[in-house]
Design a protein around this ligand. Structure first.
Ligand SMILES: CC(C)(COP(=O)(O)OP(=O)(O)OC[C@H]1O[C@@H](n2cnc3c(N)ncnc32)[C@H](O)[C@@H]1OP(=O)(O)O)[C@@H](O)C(=O)NCCC(=O)NCCS
Length: 285
């Protein structure tokens, strides 16, 4: 292998990361990448060969659960072990901080990279694409999310996601408060939805709702779609185990265009993916 230096990634590297992201067609904005670095400034790494930037990886530490994402190596440097080296650095970073379970979402083709490092397949994570459309909701129990509710929302979310992600939800909220909605009945939260910009449209997620309340889940989606410009591209990632979410999306004319594999390393988490109608993103769960 070439002499590879792995160092901490910093703000000066954002343009490089964004360029590779655009090349891969992942659709993240510069701001998405900045937010990832803000979540874990000591847990994002960059690989260099002879002073040239050649790859990167990002982590998010949720406590007992950690996430790894945004792993890219420049095409000319692939199959030389750099991806695995970045993975080992990211895994070490999270384990050193007491994380017991590491999760990620793998492109099908390269899943062996992760399996070789001990990751185990969990379930398919489906990618859907559709278009926004106007929809007038009469009575829906869906309200604009307020900043003061974020703590309660994160608590509600924990059971389905498997960890408290207040930090991540707060930053998303602060960037897109007008695209966050919550559903309540008698002051109890039944579900919530968040949405953010992509280069080529919007990404919906997290979209979390009780598995026993499919109508509320649908209302959250319709509310969110109806505040966007009509006919703009919408991207959603859904755990295949949430069959209700898949049915809702198919009915709203979303089509599946690819899938990834959700994988984990370490302790298996007993969460409820049936309540996860959309992941926040493959890079952070
Ligand atoms: C995925 C990626 C980061 C791998 O980087 P890399 O430096 O080439 O990875 P490594 O050299 O450490 O590969 C280790 C193992 O992963 C697997 N692997 C890597 N790339 C693969 C490919 N294109 N097809 C099949 N298996 C692959 C192989 O098992 C490989 O071992 P081998 O070379 O001995 O067969 C790189 O291909 C990339 O940037 N791809 C585009 C972005 C992407 O898909 N990122 C991952 C999202 S989950």
């Amino acid at each position: 292998m070439d002499d590879v230096l792995v160092r901490l990634l910093n703000n000066d590297d954002i343009s490089f990361v964004h360029e590779l992201n655009v090349m891969e067609g992942w659709g993240d904005t510069r701001r998405d990448i900045e937010r990832m670095l803000e979540y874990e400034p000591n847990g994002c790494f960059l690989a260099e060969v002879n002073g040239e930037r050649v790859g990167h990886i990002f982590t998010v530490n949720y406590g007992l659960l950690g996430w790894i994402g945004l792993l890219i190596v420049k095409p000319a440097y692939r199959r030389r072990g750099i991806g695995s080296l970045l993975m080992k650095r990211a895994i070490k970073y999270l384990l050193d901080r007491g994380v017991k379970t590491i999760r990620l979402e793998s492109v099908y083709k390269i899943a062996n990279l992760y399996r070789n490092l001990g990751f185990i397949d969990e379930y398919d994570s489906l990618r859907f694409q559709g278009l926004s459309f106007e929809h007038k909701l009469s009575q829906s129990n869906v309200f604009p999310m307020r900043e003061e509710e974020l703590g309660e929302v994160a608590k509600f979310d924990e059971k389905y996601f498997g960890a408290n992600r207040f930090r991540v939800l707060s930053k998303l909220y602060h960037d897109y408060p007008h695209l966050c909605f919550v559903s309540r009945l008698n002051s109890k939260i039944l579900g919530y939805i968040m949405c953010r910009e992509r280069m080529d449209g919007y990404r919906i997620g997290p979209w979390i709702c009780s598995p026993h309340r499919p109508q509320i889940a649908l209302n959250l989606l319709l509310k969110c779609l109806s505040v966007l410009e009509p006919k703009v591209k919408i991207f959603i990632g859904v755990p295949a185990v949430n069959e209700v979410a898949v049915k809702i999306l198919q009915k709203q004319v979303f089509r599946q265009y690819s899938k990834s594999i959700r994988m984990y390393l370490g302790v298996k988490i007993e969460d409820e993916p049936e309540g996860v109608y959309a992941i926040g993103g493959p890079e952070k769960g």
